[in-house]
Structures are given as C-alpha cells and as structure tokens.
Design a protein around this ligand. Structure first.
Ligand code: TA6
Length: 295
C-alpha cells in the first residue's frame, strides 16, 4: 500500500479520467495535473494564458496504457521496443509512479515522483530489462513549467539508456507555426518521405507534411504561434525531437483524433540514439526542460 506524503493546500490527489489517480495543482501562478500512470504531466496552464500542453480527445486513461498528449516520459529506450512485444518509448510511461514529495514555495508547487526497478519487476512492458535504477521526476508548476528527469544507477554494472520528455504543445494551426532555434543543427529525418536520412536545418522549422526529426542540439527552441511563443530551454539534453504526425499517421493512431493533428506539435527534450546516456554504478544524470509562454 503506497502512502501519500503530506500535500500543501495547492495540491490535491483525486480520481481523474478513467478513475486513475491524478495530482491536481492550483496556485495563483498556474494550474496543472500529473497522473501517477506514467508519471504523466497532462496539463499546465499559467495564469492569463490558454492551456500550453495539448491532450488528445481520444487518449486512453487506463492503468498500464500510455496517455496521448501532455508530457510522456520515454525511458529507458526511445523509439521501437528493444524486444518483441515491448512498447515504443520504453516502460516508464506505462508504469505506476509514486509521489515521493509535494511542496509549495514562493507560490510554485513542486511534485516529486519516483519509479524504481522494483516497481517494474513484474511489468510485462519492461521485458527482460535487468538494470537496477531509480528515476525521479521533479515537476515545478509556476509561471514557467520545469520538468527534471534524474536517473540514478543503483546497480553494480554500467547502465546505458535513452530518454525523452515527449512534450505535446497546443498550437493554433501547425501549418502556420515556426520552430526557431534549430538553424544549423544536423538531424535524423524519420519522415516516411524524407529525401535523405540526414540533413542540416536551414532557418526555422515549418510544417508541410509528416515531420519527425531528431536534432543534434542543446539549444533553446521557440515555437512561434499566432498569438504566443513557447520557449523550450533545457539542460543535460543533446537532442531535440520535432514531430507532427500529419493526416495519415494521425488517422492510423486509435488514440489520436483524425482531425487533431493541426492543433499540436511535439518539441521533445531527449538523449536518444548516439546520445544515449551511460552511467557508472552509483552515477546520476539529470535532464531538465523549462517551458515559458509569452504573448
Ligand atoms: O518522437 C516522435 C516519435 O518517435 C514518432 O516517430 C512517433 O512514433 C511518436 O514518437 C509517437 O510515438 P507513440 O509511441 O507515442 O505513438
């Protein structure tokens, strides 16, 4: 039986969609929510702004299934499952995280969630992934949203993993936005009609079809939308992934409405592929993303 730590007045633990436990945050600076299923941030709305994170109206809310939208945690692999039958993007987003601490300071509410190898020992999605670890997710809701994923190698052997904060942002129309800050960065182009597997970004990223790119960059990105800009700065991350499924891929996903693709763009903070992290026994690594909104 998991005990709930003391909660400040700005944080409540209640039943969310599908009866799943959800932590709801309400401070003068922002509101937000995090599901224990997947350690999944599903909402952040700074005071005076429209919701910043996008959620699919077709998302599942079933224990052990990924939520579509918000900030899925990809860990310990990015992309296809490494063994037959294992889910894409790792098991962290389908595991039940535990709330370790909730605190309020200077008007900001911070939630600290934890997942260890013991929590996934019987999780089919973990397959035979054998490494002892402790993953800690620290989410601070304020006028900015800060999300930090720390991985601690608690085992006696080297641990190599990939990770991403696979964040879905709400936009007016993806066909009219630009993502700045990636100019000159090399990228892996995963789009089905990519002219070449690798390219270099020229200017801002704009969207005219399915877009699925893994950029090699530590730079801050900015989503320039019609009435606002969303800044994505980061520490401890060598990759930024930019994704929009466009028409065909959206239609192929059961938990993604066919007409929803213009409303969102993913700009993901990651360490993937060649930038996978390797920890010696006892070592830790923290990847942090910081989101800001300006109108
Ligand atoms: O980050 C982009 C991506 O890897 C795409 O290739 C697409 O698969 C997307 O993630 C969503 O993956 P999911 O497993 O959440 O459907």
């Amino acid at each position: 039986m998991t005990t709930t730590p003391p909660l400040p007045d700005s944080v409540t633990l209640t039943e969310g969609e599908g009866g799943l436990p959800v932590l709801r945050v309400a401070t003068p600076a922002a509101t937000g929510e995090v599901y224990l299923n997947g350690g999944h941030v599903t909402a952040w709305t700074p005071a005076g702004h429209a919701p910043v994170l996008w959620m699919s109206g077709s998302s599942n809310f079933t224990a052990g299934q990924a939520i579509r939208g918000g900030i899925p945690i990809c860990f310990p692999w990015f992309g296809p499952g490494r063994e037959p039958g294992l889910p894409a993007h790792g098991f962290a987003r389908v595991a039940q995280w535990r709330l370790r601490e909730a605190r309020e300071e200077d008007g900001a509410a911070t939630l600290v969630l934890e997942l260890t190898d013991a929590d996934v020992a019987d999780l089919p999605a973990a397959g035979s992934w054998p490494h002892p670890f402790t993953a800690t997710l620290t989410v601070t809701f304020a006028a900015e949203l800060t999300v930090a994923l720390e991985v601690h190698n608690t085992g006696q052997a080297e641990l190599t993993y990939e990770e991403a904060l696979h964040t879905y942002f709400a936009v007016e129309d993806v066909r009219a936005i630009a993502v700045q800050g990636l100019d000159g960065a090399g990228y892996l182009d995963k789009a089905p009609d990519a002219p070449a597997p690798r390219a270099v970004q020229r200017g801002a990223v704009t969207f005219t079809g399915e877009t699925d790119r893994v950029y090699d960059t530590a730079a801050t990105a900015v989503i320039v939308d019609q009435d606002r800009s969303i800044g994505i700065s980061k520490d401890g991350s060598a990759n930024t992934v930019v994704w929009n499924p466009w028409v065909d891929k959206a239609a192929a996903m059961a938990d993604f409405g066919d007409e929803e693709w213009p409303e969102m763009v993913c700009v993901e903070t990651a360490n993937a592929l060649d930038a996978a992290i390797t920890l010696a026994p006892g070592e830790r690594h923290v990847m942090t993303a910081r989101y800001t909104v300006t109108s």
